[in-house]
Design a protein around this ligand. Structure first.
Ligand SMILES: [Zn+2]
Length: 307
C-alpha cells in the first residue's frame, strides 16, 4: 500500500495492490507503480518517500540485509537505492513493524506517552519499543523483535524462525489457529472443523469463542494464556505506560482485553499491577504507512520533532 500523508498525520489518499509473487524484482516493480500513483496525487510538495519493509534493514542505505518470510531474493536487496534512482527524491526504508510503532506512537494510541510498546497480532507478531521517547532500534536494527522471544521452548509450536514456542508461534493470529488445531482431537464434533482446513481462520475462531463454541473457547483460553505470558514479560523488561495490541486478533477489543488484563496482572510481580495499561491500537493497517511517512518527514526512524 502506498499512501500520501500530510505532515499532521492525515492520509490524503491510498493506493493498494495485491502482491502474489514476493520476489524482490516483482515487489519493486509493483512498488514503483503504486508510488507513481501516490506521487501523481500528492502534487509538488513531496518531501520524501518512506518505505516499511519486512526484514532486517540497513537504514543508512535502505538495503534489506535479510527477510526470512520473503525468501532469498531479498538478501542484500538494494531497495532504497533502486527507488531513489527511479524517483530522484529522498527515500527512507525501515522495518515495517518499527514503522507501525512509530505511526501509533506519533499519531495514535501511544501519543503523549514516553514509554510505549506496540504488538501486532497478525500472521506473525510484529512489534516495536519506544523507551523514554525514543524508538529502540538496537545496535544492528534487531531490537523490538518481540515476536521471537520464546515463551514455550519445550512444548510450543515451531516458529517460522525455526525456534520452538516463540511468542509469535503461540500468540499471533496464526498461533490462534494452531491452538485450535492442537485441541481438535478433544472436539471431534466441533463446528470449527466442519469446513476445509484452509477455512479455519483466526477471525472465525475468535467469533466462535465470543459466541460460546466450546472448541473455540478452549482454544481462546490457551491463546490468551500465552499472550498474557509474553505481555507480562514485556512489563518485566520495560514497564511501559501503554502496551498496544494491534492486528487482526485485536479486533476482538473488550473480549480480548477483559481476558488478558487479569492474567497479565497475575504474572507481573515487580511492577505495580495495572501500571502498564494494555490497550487496543488505533490504526489497524494504516499505522505502517503513517510511520513510514513520519520517517520520511523526519529523515529517519526517529521519534524527535518534525524539523
Ligand atoms: Zn521465532
Amino acid at each position: 500500500m502506498a499512501a500520501v500523508v500530510d505532515d499532521d498525520g492525515s492520509i490524503r489518499s491510498k493506493h493498494e495492490v495485491d502482491v502474489e509473487n514476493r520476489s524482490f524484482g516483482n515487489v519493486v516493480d509493483l512498488l514503483e507503480t503504486t508510488v507513481q500513483g501516490a506521487l501523481a496525487d500528492a502534487g509538488s510538495n513531496v518531501v520524501g518517500i518512506g518505505i516499511g519493509s519486512p526484514g532486517n534493514i540497513d537504514t543508512t542505505t535502505g538495503t534489506i540485509r535479510y527477510s526470512p518470510n520473503f525468501g532469498p531474493s531479498w538478501n542484500g536487496a538494494p531497495l532504497g537505492a533502486r527507488v531513489r534512482e527511479r524517483f530522484g527524491i529522498p527515500v527512507f526504508v525501515g522495518n515495517d513493524a518499527r514503522c507501525a510503532t512509530l505511526g501509533e506512537y506519533t499519531y495514535g494510541v501511544g501519543r503523549g506517552t514516553k514509554d510505549f510498546v506496540l504488538i501486532t497480532l497478525g500472521t506473525g507478531i510484529g512489534g516495536g519499543i519506544v523507551a523514554d521517547g525514543n524508538l529502540v532500534l538496537g545496535t544492528a536494527m534487531g531490537a523490538g523483535e518481540i515476536g521471537h522471544h520464546q515463551i514455550r521452548p519445550t512444548d510450543g509450536f515451531v516458529c517460522g524462525c525455526g525456534k520452538i514456542g516463540c511468542f509469535e508461534a503461540q500468540a499471533s493470529g496464526t498461533g490462534l489457529i494452531r491452538q485450535a488445531a492442537a485441541l481438535a482431537s478433544s472436539f471431534p464434533r466441533s463446528m470449527l472443523l466442519a469446513g476445509a482446513p484452509a477455512d479455519l481462520g483466526s477471525k472465525r475462531i475468535r467469533k466462535a469463542a465470543q459466541a460460546g463454541d466450546p472448541h473455540a473457547v478452549a482454544a481462546w483460553k490457551n491463546y490468551v494464556a500465552d499472550l498474557a505470558l509474553g505481555v507480562a514479560n514485556i512489563v518485566a523488561f520495560l514497564n511501559p505506560e501503554i502496551i498496544a495490541l494491534g492486528g487482526g486478533v485485536s479486533k476482538a477489543e473488550a473480549f480480548l482485553l477483559d481476558a488478558v488484563r487479569p492474567r497479565v496482572d497475575a504474572l507481573v510481580t515487580m511492577a505495580p499491577p495495572g501500571s502498564s495499561r494494555i490497550a487496543i491500537a488505533q490504526f489497524e493497517n494504516d499505522a505502517g504507512a503513517l510511520g513510514a511517512a513520519t520517517m520520511a518527514m523526519r529523515g529517519g526512524l526517529t521519534t524527535g520533532k518534525v524539523a
